[in-house]
Design a protein around this ligand. Sequence first.
Ligand SMILES: Cc1cc2nc3c(=O)[nH]c(=O)nc-3n(C[C@H](O)[C@H](O)[C@H](O)COP(=O)(O)OP(=O)(O)OC[C@H]3O[C@@H](n4cnc5c(N)ncnc54)[C@H](O)[C@@H]3O)c2cc1C
Length: 455
Amino acid sequence: METTYDVLVIGGGNAGCAAALAAARHGAHTLLVERYGFLGGTATAAMVGPWMTFHSGRERIVGGIAQEIVERLVAMGGSPGHVHDSSDYVPTITPFDPELHKALLFEMMAESGVRLLLHGYFLDALRDDRGAVRGARVATVGGLREFEAAVTIDASADAYLAAAAGVELQQGDERGRVQPASLMFRLSHVDLEATAAYVRANPDEMRTTIPPAERTAHALTAVAGLYELWNRARTRGEVTVPRELVSFFISPYPDEVTVNMTRVVDIDPLDPEDLTRAEVEARGQALELLAFFRRDVPGFANARIAATATQIGIRESRRIVGVYTLTRDDVLSARTFEDAVARSAYPIDIHNPSGSGTATQRLPPGASYEIPYRCLVPANVERLLVAGRCISTTHEALASTRLTPTVMTLGQAAGTAAALCAAKALQPRDVPATELREMLIDDGVDLRRPAGVEM
Ligand SMILES: Cc1cc2nc3c(=O)[nH]c(=O)nc-3n(C[C@H](O)[C@H](O)[C@H](O)COP(=O)(O)OP(=O)(O)OC[C@H]3O[C@@H](n4cnc5c(N)ncnc54)[C@H](O)[C@@H]3O)c2cc1C
């Protein structure tokens, strides 16, 4: 296997995949290194879905590789596409089948000429005599290997490479506390007609503006509530999960749902003992929840666990300190930037790090904010870009930027910028923002601002 590339991407989650695809499609000789035997990261290994959200009001604000993935999944029967969110949290949600997503990502890598190294575990950063990143040391089934590249992209979500390269980092809120972790699971053999009948007969049991009479199985894309059933089980001591409501989402299949309800609090996901405790605790919670659904929730009497995720989902860990750090005010004031590379309208939603409850702060209706390229560029280390969950934001801004459609767009931006750097011998911080934005717009990224929005 070759050891020298134009672009090296560490981490094959959705950010890393979009980065590798974008770099390769722009002519860069690209290697993608992933620790598992499949791609997709949190969306597949942690089975987190549905994707939220490609829209602000009625406007689609996410395009490019993210939208291409959705369209191809729809064509494969692996997603219904963007559907109305019946729980009124966001305008649309995008359910998908994680197994078909895994297969699609391999297909796209092969088409675009991305070289893949699976079961490759990033260990350490290689640095040149000026301290710039020149590549990475990776543990493989064949022993240690070193790979070099003009530009390396850290898409590990936990900023492993950035940390090893001496990039300044932050973690969690002002006390270092991070959002809780959740193990996702899917329940099959579900009869949503019966669930729909229950929320028609008990209108206050569901958080929705859908009139009771219109709550059909087809209309129930996201169910949040079932407060009476949940509180009764809690009072009886039958469920102990620190959650305030029942929450599940449809899948592409009529008899299967994705449950987002386990919650392990007070963990540091980068502490090996905490992470171990989280996996064990969450699997116990999943069984407790299975019993609750079967016993108490109409439509779930015959439900089975179709799958639990390979690993617990980590909402938050470390972030780099970049040339610019996106803040809560930038998000909530729908700020625009000259070097914007992504748009999002997702609210700031912070799951309580230490208990139940989720605090939500929203943008004005129909608004969206932008994320500048400078959030992907480490402040103090060269030849390195960062994409996905670990870009430069505050704890609060991360609670919005971490969503999948956004990390895919950030990945596409990082990969495109890295290809530019490799072709023109530029440092990431010197990439001309206008040229990068033009390339992204040409590649379908929805960066055009609606008329009337000022910079
Ligand atoms: C419980 C939970 C619920 C969520 N809910 C939603 C939701 O409803 N909708 C939504 O859109 N988003 C949701 N999110 C957020 C979203 O799923 C993630 O933030 C996003 O997928 C992160 O993408 P990423 O590419 O940055 O990181 P990841 O997908 O985590 O990718 C990182 C990749 O790097 C690899 N890696 C890590 N370390 C190494 C190493 N040392 N060597 C090699 N490879 C390595 C990992 O295996 C992984 O493939 C949720 C997240 C969680 C955890």
